[in-house]
Design a protein around this ligand. Structure first.
Ligand SMILES: [Fe+2]
Length: 268
């Protein structure tokens, strides 16, 4: 029985991936991408750093096919649109620096994406089509005492994509980054303002590839702020977030999201 389907939330260790021969080498390559992540230009004061990529997963074969980047002044980007679900960034496109090209050949990353995808479930019609995967490398990093790094949005929220998975890559010298899961009724609230019984789960991701997934319609989720721990050097909490959504939307979704856009569309 899938707990993700029943409760909208499940915790994973991904231990089976740690058996792979390329695990160590590919994890090192993944981790090193976080060393040089650019600052999130849309939130320069929040001590957040990120890169992004988009892929589709083919039905049947579960092959991961990376989508084209946008290149501006020799720099590669992926466009990002979250609709009205993130109240901090409504109705606007964001564009994030692309994952380095070598990540598109990282076997471990592909296995993580495929593992996540295999946890998801769809209407029959949607399962016949490629599914879109958004892959975010997100680092919360603080250099000085008193600094705070903040996730977006900073409350119990839903993402709008049906499924989101979070995989810890590195946690070092930080306080915070508490994960919390609750029900949709508590959307917009802070876990600290709720009775402990009103939280489905609260936990910390500590080890590489410690993970969780949410089925968005059933739950709200939250990641707490990050502050520097007691050791010397910066505090860092780095994770890969992977979300999935259908590549074809229903008629009702279509009318709400495509209004006024038809004259901007081009033939491929
Ligand atoms: Fe989220």
């Amino acid at each position: 029985m899938s707990r993700l389907k029943e409760n909208g939330f499940e915790y994973y260790t991904l231990d089976e991936l740690k058996e792979k021969t390329y695990y160590k080498q590919d994890l090192e390559a993944l981790t090193s991408v976080f060393d040089g992540l650019p600052q999130d230009e849309y939130a320069p004061h929040l001590n957040r750093y990120r890169r992004y990529a988009r892929a589709v997963i083919m039905p049947g074969s579960h092959r991961v096919e990376w989508l084209p980047k946008t290149v501006i002044n020799d720099k590669a980007y992926y466009e990002y649109f979250q609709g009205s679900f993130n109240p901090e960034y409504t109705d606007e496109y964001r564009r994030f620096p692309a994952l380095p090209e070598e990540m598109m050949h990282n076997q471990l990353l592909e296995d993580i994406i495929r593992f996540d995808f295999q946890q998801t479930f769809w209407m029959k019609e949607d399962a016949l089509m490629p599914v879109h995967a958004g892959i975010h490398f997100v680092k919360l990093c603080v250099h000085d005492d008193g600094e705070v790094a903040v996730s977006s949005p900073n409350n119990l929220h839903q993402d709008g994509e049906p499924f989101t998975f979070a995989h810890l890559i590195r946690r070092h010298n930080v306080k915070g980054a508490m994960n919390a899961i609750s029900v949709p009724d508590h959307r917009g609230r802070m876990p600290v303002d709720l009775h402990p019984d009103e939280l489905t789960a609260s936990f910390y991701l500590e080890n590489p590839l410690e993970s969780y997934g949410v089925y968005d319609p059933l739950v709200t989720h939250y990641v707490g702020t990050v502050e520097k721990g007691g050791k010397n050097g910066p505090g860092e909490r780095s994770a890969i977030l992977i979300d999935f959504q259908p590549t074809v939307v229903s008629d009702s979704e279509k009318t709400s999201s495509m209004k006024g856009l038809t004259d901007q569309m081009i033939f491929v």
